[in-house]
Design a protein around this ligand. Structure first.
Ligand code: HEC
Length: 258
């Protein structure tokens, strides 16, 4: 609004009595001259018909040349059929990862499960926070009979805990949802051999399956376990034990055959 007051008061272009063309000395001739910058340049630009024709020729020619395998663009010329890289001298078989002791392999897998499932409450050092979440380091229920530990994980826990203390958070929610027997085996093996815990044993997939079956058979499956209920689980999970030094394939976890 106030801008219009800054404009010059005399606006010849808006004055109907002025011939604008004259005022700007625009004549039809110099206007045309500005439009046609290539005055005197008489060659015509490439016609669309020539352009289309050239494209067509190139496409057809490309097809013909490309089809002539083994001559101009044929891959067969540079890569021999069924070519495979030879083995390095002295190497027997470098196709598989080296086998690993089962204890180390399970601990490695269990660590990521712990990060996903337990870290948030029991902390990355397993020590909890002392007020709301108990420490898993040195816990009697972690390091003791494996069946008792498994039932805490799968069903959650209503305190008191192994030390008799009830923690501020009150109840640990069940962590078994979506966990396979193998996951549980990895996780339990990790917790029992980390944060200073050193049971040195492997919870096998077979044992973990027994833990899942036990949890599924509870009469009150949605309730967390209590110290009272855990008394019935003061034993190791059934199933054959495994030598923690057994070498396994680090991908399939099957005993290594070599
Ligand atoms: C949402 C928080 C939360 C998560 C997640 C959680 N816990 Fe807990 N956990 C607790 C609380 C709280 C207690 C103590 C319960 C109480 O005092 O009533 C507890 C207790 C325990 C105990 C008993 C320790 C003792 O010595 O008595 C074990 C063992 C345990 N948790 C293992 C785990 C494992 C393993 C995971 C991961 C699979 C896990 N918890 C995930 C909150 C959690």
């Amino acid at each position: 609004m106030s801008d219009s007051s800054k404009l010059p008061t005399i606006r010849p272009d808006l004055d109907e009595n002025i011939n604008v063309t004259q005022a700007h000395s625009v004549t039809p001739t110099n206007a045309a001259a500005r439009e046609n910058t290539h005055q005197g340049y008489t060659r015509e630009s490439l016609s669309i018909a020539v352009f289309v024709l050239c494209s067509f020729i190139m496409i057809v020619a490309g097809g013909v040349i490309g089809k002539a395998q083994g001559t101009l663009f044929g891959y067969k010329q540079t890569v021999r059929p069924d070519y495979v890289r030879g083995k390095a001298p002295g190497v027997k078989d470098d196709s598989a990862l080296p086998p690993k002791p089962i204890l180390a392999a399970y601990i490695k897998k269990g660590q990521s499960l712990y990060s996903a499932k337990c870290n948030g409450c029991h902390m990355s050092d397993g020590k909890g926070d002392g007020a709301n979440y108990p420490s898993l380091a040195g816990s009697a229920w972690v390091n003791g009979p494996s069946q008792r530990f498994s039932q805490v994980i799968l069903n959650g826990l209503q305190g008191p805990t192994s030390t008799g203390k009830v923690y501020g958070a009150g109840v640990m929610p069940a962590q078994g949802g979506g966990m396979t027997a193998q996951d549980l085996a990895f996780l339990m093996t990790f917790v029992r051999n980390s944060f200073g815990n050193a049971t040195g044993d492997v919870v096998t997939t077979e044992q973990a399956q027994a833990a899942l079956d036990t949890a599924a058979a509870r009469s009150n499956p949605s309730a967390p376990v209590t110290a009272e209920e855990l008394k019935a689980h003061e034993k190791d999970l059934p199933g054959e034990k495994m030598d923690p030094a057994t070498l396994v394939d680090p991908i399939t976890f099957k005993p290594a055959t070599k």
